[in-house]
Write a protein that binds this ligand. Sequence first.
Ligand code: IPD
Ligand code: CA
Length: 264
Amino acid sequence: MIRSALMNVMTAAAIKAGRGLKRDFGEVENLQVSVKGPGDFVSAADKKSEQTLFEELLKARPGYGFVMEEGGTVEGADKSHTWHIDPLDGTTNFLHGLPLFAISIGLEREGVIVAGVIYNPATDDMFFAERGQGAYLNNHRLRVAARRDLGDALVSCGIPPLGSAAIHPRFKTEFAATLARAGNLRRLGAAALDLAYVAAGRFDAYWERGVKSWDVAAGIVLVREAGGFVSDADGGDKALTGRSICAGNEHMHRHLLAVLRDAG
Ligand code: IPD
Ligand code: CA
């Protein structure tokens, strides 16, 4: 398959930043045994990755704006294009030496995500999609899973950490309701990969509350281009900005939304 100029820009930026993350990930293992732990080292790795992505994308598309996990919002001269960037999604996994993390780059045009790249440097999995052009993992076209019955589904979720205690009660009721209906559940620890795995048919569905635009931007276009459905976790159209997400094939998305609604 031939990648567009835009895809080349996005994947090249992800590969460049990913090279640094992969090197740093190798160091993290050594730091587990130090009393101080790898915390500061990981936060430096995160910032370095973001700086590389920022420089590369700015060079290639000078007018576009940025919404970044670390650096916040940077306005561009071109008000219709914004990058949503997570330089290290799955920070906790990275910190603990688990190879489930990714760089996530989504491009928003006039409120719609038109292109996304999710790259895991530890496995060299490059997920990418452009609106109207399909979704891919490396050179393979992606399709969401075909299962229809929630009882057969592997459903992924996000578990709010200690610092997000305000959303723990709702998570508990939603988790209990899903546990009672779905085949089984998983918690991966990287929202971008959760969505990429739905696009790849590995997960049948995924939901999470408390996500930000940089966690989900790229994944939204990936799932849709793989034939799946994405909304916020209340079934609305605020998947990008509404701080919650629900994704799956047409059937699983509908079933999971119904379970979440009944749980609420
Ligand atoms: C987090 C991960 C995690 C999800 C959180 C995100 P970070 O991003 O994607 O899986 O549950 O909502 O904030 O902090 O690792 O970039
Ligand atoms: Ca993230």
